[in-house]
Design a protein around this ligand. Sequence first.
Ligand code: ADP
Ligand code: MG
Length: 148
Amino acid sequence: MKKITHSEKETMSIAKKFALSMKGGELLCMYGDLGAGKTTFVKGFVGALSKNQKISSPTFVLMKHYRVSRGKIDEVVHIDAYRISDTSEILNIGFEEFIGDGRKVVIIEWADKIKNIFPKQRIDIHIKHLGVDTRQIEIKEKKETESL
Ligand code: ADP
Ligand code: MG
């Protein structure tokens, strides 16, 4: 799926709609430059599954957990891999335990930093800067059987 958005608000509403299609256990890998709108997307996404949560980029803490309530999903795990220099750092925070847990959805910003440990089954979200307020959001589901 490819969508063009013209504002922060529009990006959040795309993310909200997408969030409501989650079943639990998904891994969302986000790619895009600084200021592309990754954190904005996460805000919309978590906002659709919960109320009254403060979402900010977890750049300085690597990972944040948001309590949510949507079907059997009770948590969104938000990882910002920007400062990761070694994939062992992500394994140390329990990354592999979160993956595939049907009660969680895991979202990673700067996912390209840790792509050598990705499972094949994941959802890739590429956000591209097209103009001051214009972005392209491309969402692609990757299956176990496809090549990376
Ligand atoms: P990232 O996490 O990718 O670094 P952020 O979501 O933190 O990016 O920041 C995106 C910035 O771009 C915000 O300041 C936001 O207001 C601005 N912006 C402008 N247009 C858009 C758009 N269409 N979608 C998302 N953000 C936008
Ligand atoms: Mg960010």
